[in-house]
Design a protein around this ligand. Structure first.
Ligand code: ADP
Ligand code: 5GP
Length: 205
């Protein structure tokens, strides 16, 4: 059985990761990895859909029980990727999408170097601030923290394989779809195609 693609999307807060991932989930067969977090839900966020919203104690218990593929403290809260779901999906040949921060992504890359690591850039820092303010989900203090962290996060983006600027959502989503199409054609992911042909040749002689 061919293993699924592990797709990791990162970028500074307000770049449009959530918007792009939502569109990808609607248009592709990617399954979303629902992260665990100790952050409080925003208006409209649903437990088990957007995140598994946990207490600090419950999150720390997951860490101790090795239940997370990776975890990191981001903007003063814990965030982490439940391990079991990722393993199950990949083993079943399903593609999975992780929207996680740069620290988490680099930890995942150590375990899954064959994953597809994509960094989302805003068109400019001014537009990043406009978007995160326009979303109107954070207090001024948290908003400042996220904007202050943006430059450092963007530097980390140089470590990724792919970069996509989210100027228009449609263009950004199409670029990611193209990346995924190309990744699925990598020779390293398609050894069985060669095996089958070669087996046919052996059967012929
Ligand atoms: P992130 O998940 O990276 O923090 P969001 O997806 O929540 O970012 O997007 C932040 C805000 O910017 C949202 O209000 C969203 O509707 C808006 N947004 C996202 N992409 C674009 C875009 N290409 N052009 C204009 N606004 C956008
Ligand atoms: P937000 O609070 O805006 O939903 O997310 C804040 C940051 O946490 C974003 O950079 C997001 O990508 C990251 N994040 C979300 N889930 C995870 C996760 O499971 N692990 C890690 N390391 N970061 C995550």
């Amino acid at each position: 059985m061919r293993k699924g693609l592990l797709v990791v999307v990162s970028g500074p807060s307000g770049a449009g990761k959530g918007t792009i991932c939502q569109a990808l989930l609607e248009r592709t067969s990617l399954a979303y990895s629902v992260s665990a977090t100790t952050r409080k839900p925003r208006a409209g966020e649903v437990d088990g859909v957007n995140y598994h919203f946990l207490s600090v104690e419950a999150f720390e218990e997951m860490i101790e029980k090795d239940g997370l593929l990776e975890w990191a403290k981001v903007y003063d809260n814990y965030y982490g990727t439940p391990l079991k779901k990722v393993e199950e999906k990949l083993a079943a040949g399903e593609d999975i999408l992780l929207e996680i921060d740069t620290q988490g992504a680099m930890k995942v890359r150590e375990k899954f170097p064959e994953g597809v690591y994509i960094f989302i850039l805003p068109p400019s820092l001014a537009e990043l601030e406009r978007r995160i303010r326009g979303r109107d989900t954070e207090t001024e203090e948290i908003l400042k923290k996220r904007l202050d962290a943006a430059i450092g996060e963007i530097e980390e983006g140089r470590r990724y394989k792919y970069v996509v600027t989210n100027d228009e959502v449609e263009r950004a989503v199409c670029a990611i779809e193209s990346v995924l199409r190309a990744e699925r054609c990598l020779v390293t992911r398609n050894g069985e195609l060669f095996d089958e042909i070669e087996k046919g040749r052996d059967d012929q002689v």
